[in-house]
Write a protein that binds this ligand. Structure first.
Ligand SMILES: Cc1cc2nc3c(=O)[nH]c(=O)nc-3n(C[C@H](O)[C@H](O)[C@H](O)COP(=O)(O)OP(=O)(O)OC[C@H]3O[C@@H](n4cnc5c(N)ncnc54)[C@H](O)[C@@H]3O)c2cc1C
Length: 483
């Protein structure tokens, strides 16, 4: 039995054009609709488009026996926004594209929103905003639900509301057996906690229930400025994080980067994306991050906005037909460590500037104490971050470029930068093992960074809910549990 036989069997099971085959316009459109164009280097032998949960059940039941005998490999795709090669697509196998699993429904007196696995955050925000509500989700309206709800995730409201994954109250999943079960604080609690950070290792999630909260307009936007002010930004950020009286209404991202578009103005440009999540104009707490001089006034977008606007603006920064990579690490919020990391990044840029279409950025995003403290009361997750280690800082290097022949240069350069940052942090006593799965490069192993105990629990969950290892042996992409 090989992949062709599996596809013939699936054609009989799903006669309604849900199996999209190569060399068709529909296939090309689907396989080139990832955030990173590099995912289209992988050519599945078919893309399967379930219409609903029952189609996922039927698919799993038909395919599993073949897959476990080595007949076909699989990939599971939400919105396809994560760039790590192969995490959401597969060469010569079948990619399950969940885009038609839509539906956004409020329930329990609007306290919970039920979100189909094929939705994007922008749609969720539009629906909730009509009722003065919001939810923790991607800052980009184009972001998919799965990547964030299964990995941790930072939102505009994370300082106040905790990790995105900690706001999921129920996962409806299709197991490898084809059985549909729910994982929440009362049922299948081991799976519930494992899915909060465990990625695509246990099941196909068909629906996410998330807690909503009241949310009005808020203040914020983007400021572009010059590198001479960057050290003061890092200092202000760390000072705020360490202030025991710090408000939990701020959400701050500060960064620096290179783009040919800006190169004539400055070799390195800096960008802050800052928010105060209440309807307050010009809150003084944001002053340090928006009032530095000089800045590019014509590009400043700080204003009163709503969630839908804010997420659209972020999507504008990220939509791309380029090759894309993420790589990340986490350190303690320490000015010297962060400035050294920034220096290492900037020093590495020189040889990369010739690369066609290169835009790269170095972004600092905090895990404040208030965010880390929320995990326990929300029922726990598998990330293994000790709140006592906080406040922490995520360092993300994000890059966009045009041509495949430049992949190696980009990947090896930024791998070197992150390794140097980790070594430097270790020497200073500010290292933290955690790597965020959603921002991980393929060679990084976020699950190992969750700690031995958490990894062992994830392995137990896998053995219990997927004893034959469909999601370990046959869903190749993402980060697996057994070495
Ligand atoms: C402009 C921009 C803004 C961003 N903003 C944020 C942000 O605010 N916060 C943040 O944390 N990240 C952010 N990101 C990262 C980005 O949003 C995520 O990488 C993306 O949303 C991943 O979700 P996805 O559904 O598209 O996942 P995919 O790329 O489709 O999948 C990612 C992984 O999850 C698995 N998976 C997805 N859905 C399921 C499912 N239903 N069942 C089982 N496994 C599944 C896949 O198999 C794969 O391994 C941003 C990125 C950009 C470009």
């Amino acid at each position: 039995m090989d992949v062709n036989d599996v596809i013939e069997t699936l054609k009989l099971a799903f006669p309604n054009a849900q199996l999209v085959l190569p060399n068709t316009t529909a296939f090309t459109a689907l396989n080139t609709s990832y955030l990173s164009s590099a995912q289209a280097d992988l050519q599945p032998r078919a893309i399967f488009l379930p219409r609903d949960r029952d189609d996922v059940v039927k698919f799993v039941r038909v395919v599993k026996p073949y897959a476990l005998q080595g007949g076909v490999n699989l990939a599971v795709r939400g919105a396809g926004q994560q760039p790590a090669l192969g995490c959401n697509n597969v060469d010569d196998g079948i990619t399950v594209d969940l885009r038609n699993l839509t539906g956004i429904h409020l329930k329990d007196d609007d306290a919970i929103v039920s979100i189909g696995a094929g939705e994007r955050w922008g749609e969720v925000y539009s629906k909730l905003q009509e009722k003065g509500l919001a939810v923790t989700g991607s800052r980009s309206s184009m972001g998919g639900i799965g990547g964030l709800c299964l990995s941790g995730g930072l939102s505009f409201f994370s300082t106040r509301e905790g990790f995105i994954t900690d706001n999921v109250t129920n996962f409806e999943v299709v197991l490898a057996s084809g059985e549909v079960i729910n994982a929440n604080a009362k049922e299948n609690t081991d799976l519930f906690v494992s899915l909060r950070g465990g990625g695509n290792n246990f099941a196909i999630v068909t629906r996410y229930d998330m807690r909503t909260f009241k949310q009005g307009k808020f203040w914020g936007g983007t400021v572009f400025y010059f590198p001479n002010s960057f050290p003061s930004q890092v200092e202000a950020y760390v000072k705020e994080l360490k202030d025991p009286e710090a408000t939990d209404e701020t959400h701050i991202m500060i960064g620096a980067g290179y783009s040919a578009a800006f190169a004539q103005i400055s070799e390195v440009m800096c960008m802050n994306q800052v928010y105060y999540t209440k309807e307050v104009e010009n809150p003084p707490i944001l002053d340090p991050y928006i009032s530095m001089q000089p800045q590019l006034d014509q590009m400043r977008s700080v204003r009163m906005l709503d969630l839908v606007d804010a997420a659209k603006e972020q999507a504008g920064h990220g939509s791309s037909t380029s090759r894309v990579s993420y790589i990340n690490t986490t350190v303690k919020a320490d000015v010297h460590t962060l400035m050294a990391a920034y220096g290492t990044y900037v020093n590495a840029l020189g040889p990369l500037k010739v690369i066609e279409g290169l835009t790269t950025s170095f972004t600092l995003q905090a895990y404040p104490k208030s965010l880390l403290d929320k995990t326990a009361s929300a029922g726990g997750n598998s990330l293994g971050i000790d709140p006592l280690d906080g406040p922490l800082m995520s360092i993300l290097i994000l890059s966009f470029w045009q041509n495949k022949e430049d992949d190696e240069k980009i990947h090896s350069t930024f791998k070197g930068v992150i390794e140097a940052v980790d070594q430097d942090a270790a020497a200073r006593g500010t290292a933290v093992p955690y790597k965020y799965m959603n921002y991980a490069a393929p060679f990084q192993n976020p699950i190992d960074t969750y700690g031995e105990g958490n990894k062992a629990k994830l392995q137990e969950t896998s053995t219990k809910y997927d004893p034959e290892g469909l999601f370990q042996k046959c869903v190749l992409g993402g980060w697996k549990l057994f070495d």
